[in-house]
Design a protein around this ligand. Sequence first.
Ligand SMILES: [Zn+2]
Ligand SMILES: [Zn+2]
Length: 395
Amino acid sequence: MVQIPKTMRAVVYRGANDLRLETVPVPRIGPGELLIRVAVCGVCPTDIKKIQYGTVPPPRIFGHETAGTIVHTGSRVRQFRVGERVALHHHVPCLECHACRHQAFAQCAQYKRTGITAGFEPAGGGYAEYVRVMPFVLPGVVRIPARNSFLEGAMLEPVNTVLKAVKRLALLPGDTVLVAGQGPIGLMFTRLLALEGMRVLATDLLPARLRLAREFGAAAVHCLKSEGRQKADLRRPKSRITHHVSRNTQHATRITHPPPDPQLSTLIHQLTGGHGLDAAVIAVPSDAVVREAQSLVRGAGQVLLFSHTRRGAEALVDLATVCMDEKDLIGSYSSDFLLQKEVARLVFSRQLDARRLITHQFPLAQTAAAIGLASHPTAESLKVVVVQGSGQKSG
Ligand SMILES: [Zn+2]
Ligand SMILES: [Zn+2]
C-alpha cells in the first residue's frame, strides 16, 4: 500500500509571470480515475506563453509533459495497477465527432478539454507532486518499459506533436526538407524526417545545435549568420510595403521582400539538382523565415508552420505563390492520438534518442527558473524539465 499524503507542494500560476510554490490538497480521484506521483514534467513553450502573457485566468497548475508512477486507482479501473510507471497525455479525442471523423483531432471538443489536473482549473498539473487523471484521458496513459526512464516517458507528448506534423507533409523518400530552427522541436523534426528517408537541411543560429542536427541525421546544415536576423524580424518586418493608387482609385498593396540568403539558395540548388525544396518546416516563430521558405520550396511544395502560436499577428505572404505556384502553407498543432503507439516505439527503442535533447533538470521548487531558461535558451540548452524524487535517475 502506497502512503499518500493529504497535502502536497505545487507551483501555482497566480497571474502573468507569477508562479508560487504552495501547499495544496492532493487531488481526490473518482472511481474511473488514476492518481499519479509525478517524476518528470517537461517545460513546454505553449505553457510558457500562457504564463508569461497571462493569457488564461489564474489560478492554475501547469505542466503537461508528464511521467510518473500510479499510486492509486479508482475502484472501476481495471487496466492499470498501482506501481506502474506511465507517461500521460492530457488531451485525448473522442474519435466519434465530426472533427474526429475528419481526423482533425485537435479540433474535437473533448480533445480541447484538459483531462489531467493537480487542482484548480485543469491545466495539466505536472508542476505538482501528484496529478489526477480523468477517465476520458485514460486511453492516453502509456506504460514506460523497465529499461526506459521517466525522462523518456515525458518526451512522448512533444514527440507526438512533431510526428503528427511530419505526417501532414506529402513527401516521397529522398525528398529534401528544410527544418528551420534546431531547438528541441526542430531536432525532433530532423530526426523523424531522416528516419522516414528524407534529406534534411537543418538551419539555426547556433553551431552547437547544428552539430547535434548532423548526429540526428541532417544531410546538410546551414548556420544563419547575421545575429540580429531574428531580433530584427521581431522589431519590424523587413519587407517594404508600397501603396499604389490605381486608376480606379482602389488601393493595392505591393509586397517586396529581400531575396533569400544566397548561400542557403546555393546549397538548396546543389542538394536538389535545382528543383527546390519539397517542403520546409518552420520551427521558429519568425515571419521572415516563413516568407523565405515560401520562396525556396518548389512549385506545389509545402511550408508547415509549427511555432506560430501567437494569435493576432498578420504576416505578409505573396498569395500568388499559394494560388499559382500551388505552394501549400499549412500548420500543425498538438498531438494525434492514433500515433501514440508509433511514438512510443520510436522513443522507447531510442531510434529517436530523446535523452540527448534533455539538457537541464530542475527541482519542483525551481520551476520558475526552469521556465525562465526554456524561454531564454542559451547556446547549450535544449529541452528543460522539472524532476522530482526518482525522476532524476536516467537510464
Ligand atoms: Zn507540450
Ligand atoms: Zn471528437
